[in-house]
Structure formats: structure tokens, C-alpha cells
Ligand binder design. Structure first.
Ligand code: GRF
Length: 201
């Protein structure tokens, strides 16, 4: 049984999707055992506490604390879910291909420094693209540059605002993230030639 830590900075709707899937018994090989926020105001902390999951706060300027905390809780797999702090490189190295991130666009488009939250969807609308989407990728030393594990396209409507587009993408994120976590805990995430993919059941 793999122990999963979810790192958050905000409301935690993606975290809630994972907790709901867990409550439905969908994670046969893994369980969310720790939720870490980089600020005590993160609404997702309450979601974790309501689900009976241990929580911790590691402030943005003390991210090195993760290097002790996560191993001390025997964490096998880390999910970045709306996490806005930069992880210590030592953590990326020690958890190589065991950290995934959910991004609200189709990387390598509309990602990297400064592309988070509504800014992503504002850029998509400004570009005139007719599709956007969500991406689950491995976290590496860059920002949103890790190997893509799974993606799902989402249509852009002519009358979309950044908020309506965000909400449509977020609904897709929730599904994509649960599927990716399930696949990883079941050993179905494959890597090769600098690429990653989910093998069928
Ligand atoms: C989501 O758009 C997610 O893709 C991004 O952060 C936003 C907040 O997610 N990484 P959540 O509601 O806090 O899970």
C-alpha cells in the first residue's frame, strides 16, 4: 500500500477529488495519508481534516522541511495540487518520477513561470485557441516541464470568460488526476525515451 502526500496552496478541489475517490475505494494500492500546505490559510487543510487525513504546514520559505517530513511519514508518492511553492531540488532528485503535478492547460503550452490560476485561462482566451485542457505530468527541476503522463482536451467556448473556462478545465482536472494517481499506484505509469504514458489495465 503506497502512502501518498498531497501538497496544496489553495482551496484543494483536486485534493477533494482524490479524497472522494479514496472514500469510494478506488485506490486499492494507495492512500492519501498526508496533506501539506505552504500556508495555514489553504482551504484544502480543512478538507483533509474532515477526511481524517493528517495535515502539516511547511511555509514557503522553509520548503527544506519537506526533506525530513515526507520520509518521516514514509511517503512513497507526492501529488502537487495547486501547489505554488518551488520544491527543493534534493526532493525532486530523491523522489524522481514519484512526484506529479496537475496543470490547467495542455503543456508545453501556457505553462511555466507566471502561468498559474486564472492567468493560464486568460492567456488561452487571448491566444484565440479553440481547445485547452488539463495535464498531469511528472515534476522535475523545471516549472511545468516534466514528462507528460496524461492530458485531456477541453473546448473553449466563444463566450468563455477566464472564470467559466477555469471551471470547465477544473472539472476535467479532477477526473484526470484521479485516473493518474490510480494508474501510478497500480504500476501502470510507464516511462521510456524521455516520455511517460499510462498503460491500460
Ligand atoms: C487548479 O487549476 C490546478 O490545476 C492548479 O491550481 C488550481 C487550484 O486547484 N494547479 P485546487 O482547487 O486548489 O485543487
Amino acid at each position: 500500500m503506497y502512502n501518498i502526500a498531497v501538497l496544496i496552496s489553495g482551496g484543494g478541489s483536486n485534493l477533494q477529488a482524490l479524497l472522494d475517490a479514496q472514500a469510494r475505494g478506488e485506490f486499492s494500492q494507495g492512500r492519501v495519508t498526508l496533506v501539506v500546505a505552504d500556508r495555514s490559510s489553504a482551504g484544502g487543510l480543512l478538507r483533509a481534516q474532515q477526511a481524517g487525513v493528517e495535515t502539516a504546514v511547511v511555509p514557503r520559505k522553509q520548503q527544506s522541511g519537506l526533506l525530513d517530513l515526507l520520509p518521516s511519514r514514509h511517503i512513497d508518492f507526492i501529488v502537487l495540487s495547486g501547489y505554488l511553492s518551488i520544491l527543493p531540488e534534493a526532493l525532486i532528485v530523491s523522489y524522481r518520477n514519484r512526484i506529479i503535478n496537475i496543470h490547467p492547460a495542455l503543456t508545453p503550452l501556457f505553462c511555466g513561470m507566471g502561468y498559474y490560476g486564472l492567468k493560464v485561462h486568460e492567456a488561452v482566451l487571448k491566444s484565440g485557441m479553440k481547445v485547452t485542457g488539463a495535464t498531469v505530468h511528472f515534476a522535475d527541476e523545471g516549472v511545468d516541464t516534466g514528462m507528460i503522463i496524461a492530458q485531456q482536451a477541453v473546448p473553449v467556448a466563444p463566450d468563455d470568460t477566464p472564470e467559466t473556462l477555469r471551471d470547465r478545465v477544473l472539472a476535467t482536472e479532477h477526473i484526470l488526476l484521479v485516473d493518474a494517481v490510480k494508474a501510478w499506484t497500480e504500476g501502470r505509469v510507464r516511462t521510456g525515451d524521455g516520455r511517460a504514458w499510462i498503460a491500460p489495465k
